[in-house]
Design a binder for this molecule. Structure first.
Ligand code: ARG
Ligand code: ZN
Length: 878
């Protein structure tokens, strides 16, 4: 909690640590109320650092110090100084052993950082700076130590005691206690430390690595969840194999453990050999989890597994380098998902996520580069920019190099930096060395915030058969970066002739004949002119294929161009993008003028897509999914919340009416023969079926309504149940109330499903949702202490329900700031995250602006705000 203004940490101030800690020997006497932590630390002066004043400063927060010994001698109070967040020892030798004993209180730890209680178990979360809440330490990622962990606890309450590495011994102790010792042979930063204590059941399996070693795989859950771990285990084995094949990475320890906990601030955590997961990303069965949940589990399991190399074996020098591990690991999990599922559908999901979450961040007050240069609270920088834009930077480099060279570059990176704490620059240097390229200009992507625009114009010279594209790139200013430099980016271009066939992209000076198809060009200048030869007729440009760079492309496509791309493009991303552009154009016109005519040829294009037997149903579903209301809002100078929502409904009901037969046919045809199967094919068919149902439900009609009700009543998988429930609830009144009641009664014992029950209500566009959410906050199942619950109710309203959250009376904003103020003292990380949707208040009409600003100011005026909330709210009002 801050009293004065918390000050920013700056990349420019980075200094290597003056001391290193070679060995760490920890002993925990675990108990919910009072845990004692005994630490034996071996310090030595870092030869690579400059000598300071001979003192040592350790990080430590909320620790009750009960013993402090240097080289076996208890220190007197005159020899050290204890501050709120540090322990300073006035004089230390070059090499010494330090012994501390502290007391901590897991059951009072509502911030879920450090050691905390989750239901009946004890667990830890140390990234980024949680280890300092466990013991005094050099809590920074460039201090790598070997850890040995002894856990002592009551045998009955905590029969399972886990920590990183290999099991050394298990011993019974007197008075019903036992002791378990773990040793991790790999030096690691303390943010990768973890321990678990609890009465847990385990699912076990094995994996044989490429070199023939057998690895024990274990997933620990509370006993009643044992039958919902199968999907996670399969995903883990797939990920292990894939990383061997695609990146040549073999697992190193003999044991890989995953623990599912129900109170967790984010998705999961890659602690060495002992991943701790939000149970949402482990537990699944077709009756309780949606297809999206199944896919989320597969990708998060893979993500954490991949961190073993990109994060753990090679870690970050400092937290400004967070994208070194997160950007690269997201790239790896995206590639994994693309290869086990559909590449096009995955790429569309990546692009949609970037547009919906990262582009707005880049355009708002919290805009920051992939490698930020300052922060107040590092927890605020686990962002779409660091993760997802960071992944795009890796992807662009992979694209510039091509698969073989890129693999050689990653091989070199793994080999050269294994066991080190490095920077994003070290990564780029490996790419440069292997490829012989100069990426000096490309490096700007890491330092420059903001989403670049590509403004494109084209003309065709029918007599000389020339097609010319003029591309101008520019990036709008962001806070603290008024002037932007041009970037180096891959621009994947295809050209379609009037029959939809690919033309060769032949350029002046080509020595070889170009095959028809995609050509990757490189842009570096503010303006580039591309002159394609040998085109008799004007082609339709298919630009930024595969979303080759994370930019906003502007070009005056005609409707006919877009329809052509939607119909013929081989590139799934560009097909989808064309559909998005058609819908966006229409939706924005309808927003301004509800009497706008919806052209028949556009409707026909969507009909053709629905009828296309050659296209993956998942892709068809994507083509029929409109750009989100919040994305449309970002395209307007002054957001018209109600107009956008009305336009959405209008287009849905127009398609629902004019495509009625085809939608009905798609619905019937994709009624799943294998409703509990979660293969990509089955998932795609359910998506299409449920999208068809949603468009049909936009038109009032008894027949569809009955269909939806029947689906709700008879579905035996959560995807179909929930899709129908959402539509019934949006329908309003009695149509939704009875199903909600039934759903609640059926699932009241399964918290992850009750989360869905809350979120369906909070994300409903029906009138009075804000009031209903306030009511639900008083429901006995609601709790501010469980992040999943907070996200499912408050998060769903504020982040996934534009029209109700931005209700003109300001009630949504009021609710948000009330919750933030109540939550901040309990869990600052979650409180700060909730504020996101009002950060871009400047983009709304005067009335809403004033209301949002008032709530932000009210938050900021509060005396004891966390650094987390302070940073976000103050930057928003700057
Ligand atoms: N490293 C974890 C992951 O991406 C996330 C940790 C997030 N930590 C935080 N303080 N927000 O897999
Ligand atoms: Zn990660």
């Amino acid at each position: 909690m801050y009293r004065d203004r918390p000050h920013p940490v700056r990349l420019a101030d980075y200094r290597p640590p003056e001391f290193l800690i070679e060995r760490v020997d920890l002993t925990f006497e675990l108990d919910e109320q009072v845990t004692t932590v005994h630490a034996l630390l071996e310090f030595s002066r870092n030869p690579a650092a400059t000598r300071g004043d001979g003192s040592l400063t350790l990080d430590g927060e909320q620790l009750e110090l009960i013993e402090l010994k240097l080289a076996g001698q208890t220190l007197t109070p005159a020899e050290y100084q204890l501050e709120a967040e540090a322990l300073r020892i006035h004089r230390v030798p070059d090499r010494f052993q330090l012994e501390t004993q502290v007391r901590i209180h897991p059951n009072r730890n509502t911030a879920l950082e450090g050691l905390y209680q989750s239901g009946p178990m004890l667990c830890t979360q140390c990234e980024a700076e949680g280890f300092r809440k466990i013991t005094f330490f050099l809590d920074r990622p460039d201090v790598l130590s070997r850890f040995r962990t002894t856990l002592i606890a009551d045998q009955d309450r905590f029969p399972v005691l886990l920590a990183n590495g290999n099991l050394v011994s298990e011993t019974r102790l007197p008075a019903g206690r036992h002791q378990v010792i773990w040793d991790d042979p790999f030096p690691k930063p303390c943010y990768l430390f973890a321990l678990i204590g609890g009465d847990l059941s385990v699912v076990e399996d094995q994996f044989r690595t490429c070199s023939g070693r057998d690895i024990g795989l274990r997933i620990f859950v509370e006993p009643h969840n044992l039958d919902r771990c199968g999907h996670a285990m399969q995903a883990l084995k797939k990920a292990m194999r894939w990383d061997e094949e695609r990146f040549g990475r073999e697992y190193d320890l003999d044991l890989y453990m995953i623990v599912a906990v129900s109170h967790f601030n984010m998705g999961a955590m890659e602690n060495k050999g002992l991943n701790v997961f939000n149970d949402k990303f482990v537990l699944a069965s077709p009756d309780t989890a949606t297809d999206e949940d199944f896919q989320g589990i597969e990708s998060v399991i893979a993500h954490e597994y991949f961190h073993n190399w990109t994060g753990n074996r090679i870690t970050c020098r400092d937290w400004f380098q967070l994208s070194l591990k997160e950007g690269f690991t997201v790239y790896r999990d995206q590639e994994f998902s693309a290869e086990v599922g559909s590449r096009d559908v995955q790429r569309i999901a990546d692009a949609r996520f970037l547009r919906n979450h990262q582009f707005p961040e880049d355009a708002g007050p919290m805009a920051h580069p992939v490698r930020p240069d300052s922060y107040i609270e590092i927890n605020n920088f686990y962002t779409p920019t660091v993760y997802n834009k960071g992944a795009e930077l890796v992807r662009m480099q992979a694209c510039l190099l091509g698969p073989e060279l890129f693999r050689r570059a990653t091989d070199r990176y793994f080999e050269r930096h294994d066991g080190q704490a490095v920077t994003t620059d070290d990564f780029v240097r490996c790419i440069e060395e292997v490829s012989g390229r100069d990426l000096a200009q490309f490096r700007r992507w890491y330092a420059q915030a903001g989403t670049p625009y590509l403004d494109i114009e084209a003309d065709h010279d029918a007599t000389r058969h020339l097609y010319r594209l003029r591309i101008r790139q520019w990036t709008p200013p962001t806070p603290g970066q008024p002037v932007k430099e041009p970037l180096h980016l891959p621009f994947a271009l295809g050209l379609l002739d009037d029959q939809g066939r690919e033309c060769p992209v032949r350029l002046e000076g080509d020595v070889q004949d170009q095959p028809a198809g995609t050509r990757v060009l490189e842009l570096r200048e503010l303006e580039t002119e591309i002159c394609v030869l040998g085109l008799r007729t004007r082609p339709v440009p298919s630009m930024l294929r595969g979303f080759s760079a994370p930019v906003k492309l502007r070009y005056a496509f005609t409707n006919a161009d877009l329809i052509h791309l939607m119909r013929y493009d081989r590139d799934g991303f560009c097909r989808w993008d064309a559909a998005q552009r058609l819908q966006e154009r229409l939706l924005l016109r309808l927003t301004q003028d509800p009497t706008t005519l919806i052209p028949d040829d556009v409707v026909a294009a969507f009909r053709d897509a629905l009828r296309d037997p050659a296209t993956d149903p998942a892709l068809i579903a994507e083509l029929l999914t409109f750009p989100s209301e919040s994305y449309l809002a970002d395209q307007l100078d002054v957001v018209d919340v109600d107009g956008i929502h009305r336009a959405h409904r209008q287009l849905a009901s127009h398609l629902g009416t004019h495509l009625n037969d085809d939608l009905m046919a798609a619905y019937a045809h994709n009624q799943d023969p294998a409703p509990t199967e979660v293969t990509p094919r089955a998932i795609g068919r359910r998506r299409l079926k449920n999208r068809a149902l949603a468009l049909l439900m936009a038109v009032d009609g008894a027949k569809v309504f009955n269909l939806c009700q029947t689906q709700f009543e008879t579905a035996d998988n959560m995807t179909d149940t929930l899709a129908a429930l959402r539509l019934l609830v949006d329908h309003g009144g009695a149509a939704g109330d009875a199903p909600l009641q039934r759903f609640y009664e059926r699932w009241s014992q399964v918290p992850l499903v009750i989360d869905k029950w809350f979120s369906v209500q909070a994300s409903s566009c029906r009138e009075g949702t804000v009031e209903r959410v306030r009511g639900l906050m008083a429901h006995p199942d609601f709790s501010l202490r469980n992040p999943n619950r907070v996200r499912s109710l408050i998060g769903a309203l504020c982040h996934a329900n534009s029209v109700q959250f931005h209700a003109a009376d300001g009630s949504g904003y009021r609710l948000l700031s009330d919750v933030v103020l109540e939550l901040d003292p309990l869990n600052p990380q979650i409180a700060a995250r909730l504020l996101k949707p009002i950060l871009s208040w400047r983009r709304y009409d005067a009335g809403r602006q004033a209301q949002m600003r008032r709530e932000l100011a009210r938050v900021l005026e509060t005396g004891e705000l966390s650094a987390d909330v302070y940073e976000v709210a103050s930057k928003a009002l700057d």
